[in-house]
Design a protein around this ligand. Structure first.
Ligand code: G1P
Length: 271
Protein backbone atom coordinates (compact mmCIF):
# COMPACT_ATOMS: atom_id res chain seq x y z
CA UNK A 1 0.00 0.00 0.00
CA UNK A 2 1.17 3.53 -0.75
CA UNK A 3 0.70 5.53 2.44
CA UNK A 4 3.45 8.15 2.29
CA UNK A 5 4.02 11.01 -0.14
CA UNK A 6 6.93 13.40 -0.44
CA UNK A 7 6.87 16.90 -1.92
CA UNK A 8 10.09 18.77 -2.80
CA UNK A 9 9.54 22.44 -1.91
CA UNK A 10 13.03 23.86 -1.63
CA UNK A 11 13.16 25.26 -5.20
CA UNK A 12 13.75 28.98 -5.62
CA UNK A 13 10.96 29.64 -8.11
CA UNK A 14 13.05 31.93 -10.30
CA UNK A 15 10.72 31.38 -13.27
CA UNK A 16 8.01 33.19 -11.30
CA UNK A 17 10.01 36.26 -10.28
CA UNK A 18 9.14 38.87 -9.08
CA UNK A 19 6.24 37.00 -7.37
CA UNK A 20 8.71 34.70 -5.61
CA UNK A 21 11.27 37.25 -4.48
CA UNK A 22 9.84 37.31 -0.93
CA UNK A 23 7.09 34.69 -1.21
CA UNK A 24 7.10 30.88 -1.53
CA UNK A 25 5.66 29.98 -4.94
CA UNK A 26 3.70 27.06 -3.49
CA UNK A 27 1.70 29.48 -1.32
CA UNK A 28 0.74 31.72 -4.24
CA UNK A 29 -3.02 31.63 -4.68
CA UNK A 30 -4.52 29.78 -7.60
CA UNK A 31 -8.16 30.81 -7.84
CA UNK A 32 -8.15 31.84 -4.18
CA UNK A 33 -6.34 28.83 -2.71
CA UNK A 34 -2.59 28.25 -2.22
CA UNK A 35 -1.21 25.92 -4.89
CA UNK A 36 0.12 23.49 -2.29
CA UNK A 37 -3.40 22.80 -1.00
CA UNK A 38 -4.41 21.35 -4.40
CA UNK A 39 -1.45 18.99 -4.13
CA UNK A 40 -2.33 18.06 -0.53
CA UNK A 41 -5.96 17.39 -1.49
CA UNK A 42 -4.81 15.15 -4.34
CA UNK A 43 -2.75 13.14 -1.80
CA UNK A 44 -5.52 12.92 0.79
CA UNK A 45 -8.12 11.90 -1.80
CA UNK A 46 -5.90 9.08 -2.95
CA UNK A 47 -5.51 7.56 0.52
CA UNK A 48 -2.12 9.01 1.53
CA UNK A 49 -1.72 9.21 5.33
CA UNK A 50 1.60 11.02 5.74
CA UNK A 51 3.16 13.75 3.63
CA UNK A 52 6.80 14.80 3.91
CA UNK A 53 7.64 18.35 2.85
CA UNK A 54 11.24 18.99 1.84
CA UNK A 55 11.76 22.70 2.51
CA UNK A 56 14.77 24.99 3.07
CA UNK A 57 15.49 27.80 5.52
CA UNK A 58 14.44 30.24 2.78
CA UNK A 59 11.07 28.47 2.48
CA UNK A 60 10.19 28.35 6.19
CA UNK A 61 7.14 30.46 5.37
CA UNK A 62 5.55 27.18 4.23
CA UNK A 63 5.93 25.67 7.69
CA UNK A 64 4.58 28.82 9.28
CA UNK A 65 1.46 28.56 7.09
CA UNK A 66 0.57 25.32 8.87
CA UNK A 67 1.78 26.38 12.35
CA UNK A 68 0.09 29.74 12.77
CA UNK A 69 -2.27 28.47 15.51
CA UNK A 70 -1.86 31.36 17.94
CA UNK A 71 -2.87 33.86 15.26
CA UNK A 72 -5.95 31.86 14.20
CA UNK A 73 -7.04 31.25 17.79
CA UNK A 74 -6.90 34.96 18.67
CA UNK A 75 -8.86 35.99 15.57
CA UNK A 76 -11.47 33.27 16.05
CA UNK A 77 -11.92 34.26 19.71
CA UNK A 78 -12.61 37.85 18.69
CA UNK A 79 -14.62 37.31 15.51
CA UNK A 80 -16.27 33.87 15.67
CA UNK A 81 -16.32 33.94 11.86
CA UNK A 82 -17.57 30.63 10.39
CA UNK A 83 -15.42 30.84 7.28
CA UNK A 84 -12.23 31.45 9.28
CA UNK A 85 -13.11 28.62 11.69
CA UNK A 86 -13.51 26.23 8.75
CA UNK A 87 -10.27 27.38 7.14
CA UNK A 88 -8.45 26.83 10.45
CA UNK A 89 -9.93 23.33 10.78
CA UNK A 90 -8.66 22.54 7.29
CA UNK A 91 -5.17 23.75 8.20
CA UNK A 92 -5.23 21.59 11.34
CA UNK A 93 -6.19 18.56 9.25
CA UNK A 94 -3.26 19.17 6.91
CA UNK A 95 -0.87 19.86 9.79
CA UNK A 96 -1.55 16.47 11.38
CA UNK A 97 -0.36 14.74 8.22
CA UNK A 98 2.68 16.81 7.32
CA UNK A 99 6.31 16.34 8.40
CA UNK A 100 9.19 18.61 7.44
CA UNK A 101 12.76 17.86 6.41
CA UNK A 102 15.35 20.33 5.12
CA UNK A 103 17.35 20.65 1.91
CA UNK A 104 19.30 23.84 2.36
CA UNK A 105 21.31 23.66 -0.86
CA UNK A 106 19.41 23.44 -4.16
CA UNK A 107 21.28 20.37 -5.44
CA UNK A 108 18.39 18.89 -7.41
CA UNK A 109 15.29 16.74 -7.06
CA UNK A 110 17.30 13.56 -6.44
CA UNK A 111 19.09 15.22 -3.53
CA UNK A 112 15.72 16.40 -2.15
CA UNK A 113 14.38 12.83 -2.25
CA UNK A 114 17.45 11.56 -0.40
CA UNK A 115 16.63 13.84 2.55
CA UNK A 116 13.51 11.76 3.26
CA UNK A 117 15.38 8.43 3.46
CA UNK A 118 15.00 7.93 7.21
CA UNK A 119 11.27 8.67 7.18
CA UNK A 120 10.12 6.30 4.42
CA UNK A 121 8.65 3.14 5.92
CA UNK A 122 7.01 1.17 3.10
CA UNK A 123 8.56 -0.43 0.01
CA UNK A 124 7.09 2.25 -2.29
CA UNK A 125 6.18 5.93 -1.87
CA UNK A 126 4.63 8.70 -3.93
CA UNK A 127 6.38 11.91 -5.00
CA UNK A 128 4.54 14.97 -6.32
CA UNK A 129 6.26 17.98 -7.87
CA UNK A 130 4.25 21.02 -6.77
CA UNK A 131 4.74 22.97 -10.04
CA UNK A 132 2.73 20.31 -11.82
CA UNK A 133 -0.97 20.65 -11.13
CA UNK A 134 -3.28 18.03 -12.60
CA UNK A 135 -6.98 18.81 -12.47
CA UNK A 136 -10.25 17.09 -13.44
CA UNK A 137 -8.96 13.59 -12.52
CA UNK A 138 -6.87 12.54 -9.52
CA UNK A 139 -3.61 11.42 -11.17
CA UNK A 140 -2.05 10.03 -7.94
CA UNK A 141 -5.14 7.91 -7.34
CA UNK A 142 -4.99 6.42 -10.85
CA UNK A 143 -1.26 5.72 -10.45
CA UNK A 144 -1.75 3.98 -7.10
CA UNK A 145 -4.31 1.68 -8.76
CA UNK A 146 -1.79 0.82 -11.48
CA UNK A 147 0.88 0.21 -8.87
CA UNK A 148 -1.45 -2.16 -7.02
CA UNK A 149 -2.20 -4.03 -10.24
CA UNK A 150 1.35 -4.40 -11.59
CA UNK A 151 3.30 -4.16 -8.29
CA UNK A 152 5.80 -1.78 -9.88
CA UNK A 153 6.95 1.82 -9.96
CA UNK A 154 4.85 4.27 -11.97
CA UNK A 155 5.59 7.69 -13.51
CA UNK A 156 3.05 10.10 -14.98
CA UNK A 157 3.51 10.71 -18.70
CA UNK A 158 2.25 13.18 -21.27
CA UNK A 159 2.92 13.66 -24.99
CA UNK A 160 4.62 17.01 -25.52
CA UNK A 161 5.53 19.15 -28.52
CA UNK A 162 8.63 17.69 -30.22
CA UNK A 163 10.36 21.08 -30.05
CA UNK A 164 10.05 21.20 -26.25
CA UNK A 165 11.68 17.85 -25.33
CA UNK A 166 14.77 19.52 -23.84
CA UNK A 167 12.56 20.95 -21.04
CA UNK A 168 11.50 17.51 -19.74
CA UNK A 169 12.55 14.05 -18.69
CA UNK A 170 11.83 11.95 -21.82
CA UNK A 171 10.87 8.26 -22.02
CA UNK A 172 11.81 5.53 -24.40
CA UNK A 173 9.00 3.00 -24.12
CA UNK A 174 9.47 -0.75 -24.32
CA UNK A 175 6.10 -2.44 -24.37
CA UNK A 176 2.47 -1.39 -24.13
CA UNK A 177 0.68 -3.02 -21.18
CA UNK A 178 -2.77 -1.56 -21.84
CA UNK A 179 -4.38 1.57 -23.28
CA UNK A 180 -2.70 4.09 -20.97
CA UNK A 181 0.26 2.21 -19.51
CA UNK A 182 3.59 1.16 -20.99
CA UNK A 183 6.81 -0.34 -19.66
CA UNK A 184 9.73 2.09 -19.76
CA UNK A 185 13.00 1.12 -21.40
CA UNK A 186 14.89 4.36 -20.75
CA UNK A 187 14.35 7.80 -19.28
CA UNK A 188 16.64 10.72 -20.09
CA UNK A 189 16.69 14.09 -18.36
CA UNK A 190 16.18 17.03 -20.73
CA UNK A 191 17.71 15.56 -23.92
CA UNK A 192 18.61 17.63 -26.99
CA UNK A 193 15.90 17.45 -29.69
CA UNK A 194 18.10 15.31 -31.95
CA UNK A 195 18.89 12.87 -29.13
CA UNK A 196 15.36 12.49 -27.71
CA UNK A 197 14.02 8.92 -28.06
CA UNK A 198 10.37 10.14 -28.14
CA UNK A 199 8.18 13.07 -27.20
CA UNK A 200 6.64 11.32 -24.16
CA UNK A 201 7.55 13.45 -21.13
CA UNK A 202 7.80 12.84 -17.40
CA UNK A 203 5.21 14.84 -15.44
CA UNK A 204 5.71 15.38 -11.70
CA UNK A 205 4.00 12.33 -10.18
CA UNK A 206 6.15 9.32 -9.32
CA UNK A 207 5.62 6.09 -7.39
CA UNK A 208 9.18 5.17 -6.46
CA UNK A 209 10.73 2.14 -4.75
CA UNK A 210 12.56 2.59 -1.49
CA UNK A 211 15.66 1.08 -3.09
CA UNK A 212 16.10 4.31 -5.05
CA UNK A 213 17.84 5.73 -1.95
CA UNK A 214 20.81 3.37 -2.51
CA UNK A 215 21.24 4.76 -6.00
CA UNK A 216 20.82 8.38 -4.90
CA UNK A 217 23.36 8.17 -2.11
CA UNK A 218 26.05 7.17 -4.64
CA UNK A 219 24.92 9.40 -7.48
CA UNK A 220 27.16 12.06 -9.03
CA UNK A 221 25.64 15.35 -10.28
CA UNK A 222 24.25 15.18 -13.86
CA UNK A 223 22.84 17.80 -16.22
CA UNK A 224 23.31 21.37 -14.93
CA UNK A 225 25.34 20.05 -11.96
CA UNK A 226 22.20 18.75 -10.22
CA UNK A 227 21.36 15.33 -8.80
CA UNK A 228 18.37 14.26 -10.87
CA UNK A 229 15.80 11.70 -9.82
CA UNK A 230 15.62 10.76 -13.53
CA UNK A 231 19.22 9.47 -13.48
CA UNK A 232 18.57 7.28 -10.43
CA UNK A 233 15.43 5.87 -12.10
CA UNK A 234 17.43 5.11 -15.26
CA UNK A 235 19.96 3.13 -13.17
CA UNK A 236 17.19 1.07 -11.55
CA UNK A 237 15.60 0.36 -14.96
CA UNK A 238 18.95 -0.95 -16.18
CA UNK A 239 18.99 -3.30 -13.21
CA UNK A 240 15.62 -4.67 -14.37
CA UNK A 241 13.39 -2.76 -11.97
CA UNK A 242 9.97 -2.38 -13.60
CA UNK A 243 8.82 1.23 -14.23
CA UNK A 244 5.52 2.02 -15.93
CA UNK A 245 4.72 5.27 -17.78
CA UNK A 246 1.09 6.18 -17.09
CA UNK A 247 -0.56 8.39 -19.67
CA UNK A 248 -2.85 10.28 -17.29
CA UNK A 249 -6.24 11.60 -18.29
CA UNK A 250 -6.51 14.78 -16.18
CA UNK A 251 -5.62 18.27 -17.40
CA UNK A 252 -2.02 19.34 -16.83
CA UNK A 253 -1.24 22.89 -15.64
CA UNK A 254 2.37 24.07 -15.41
CA UNK A 255 2.30 26.41 -12.43
CA UNK A 256 6.07 26.91 -12.43
CA UNK A 257 6.02 29.44 -15.27
CA UNK A 258 4.26 32.80 -15.36
CA UNK A 259 1.99 31.93 -18.31
CA UNK A 260 1.11 28.54 -16.84
CA UNK A 261 0.47 30.05 -13.42
CA UNK A 262 -1.98 32.60 -14.86
CA UNK A 263 -3.68 29.93 -17.00
CA UNK A 264 -4.09 27.63 -13.98
CA UNK A 265 -6.32 30.14 -12.16
CA UNK A 266 -8.46 30.58 -15.28
CA UNK A 267 -8.88 26.83 -15.82
CA UNK A 268 -9.66 26.12 -12.16
CA UNK A 269 -12.23 28.92 -12.05
CA UNK A 270 -14.13 27.09 -14.83
CA UNK A 271 -14.44 23.84 -12.81
C1 G1P B 1 11.46 18.06 -13.35
C2 G1P B 1 12.07 16.73 -13.77
C3 G1P B 1 11.75 16.43 -15.24
C4 G1P B 1 10.23 16.46 -15.43
C5 G1P B 1 9.64 17.78 -14.92
C6 G1P B 1 8.12 17.75 -14.93
O1 G1P B 1 12.07 19.10 -14.07
O2 G1P B 1 13.48 16.79 -13.58
O3 G1P B 1 12.26 15.17 -15.59
O4 G1P B 1 9.92 16.26 -16.80
O5 G1P B 1 10.05 18.05 -13.58
O6 G1P B 1 7.59 18.98 -14.57
P1 G1P B 1 11.97 20.66 -13.61
O7 G1P B 1 10.58 21.11 -13.92
O8 G1P B 1 12.28 20.69 -12.15
O9 G1P B 1 13.00 21.37 -14.44
Amino acid sequence: MIKQAIIPLAGLGTRLLPLTSVFAKELLPINGKPGIEYILDECINSGIKEIIFIISKKKEMIKKYFYNDKFYKEIIKKKKDKRIINEYKKILKYKKMVKFVYQNKPLGTGDAVLKTKKLIKEKYFLMLLPDDLIIKKNCSNSMIKIHNKYKSSVIASMTVNKNSVSRWGIFKLKKRLDKNNSLIEDVIEKPLIKKAPSNKAVIGRYILPKKIFNKLSKQKPGKGGEIHITDAIQKLIHENEKFIAHNFSGMYLDCGTMNGYIKSSLEISKL
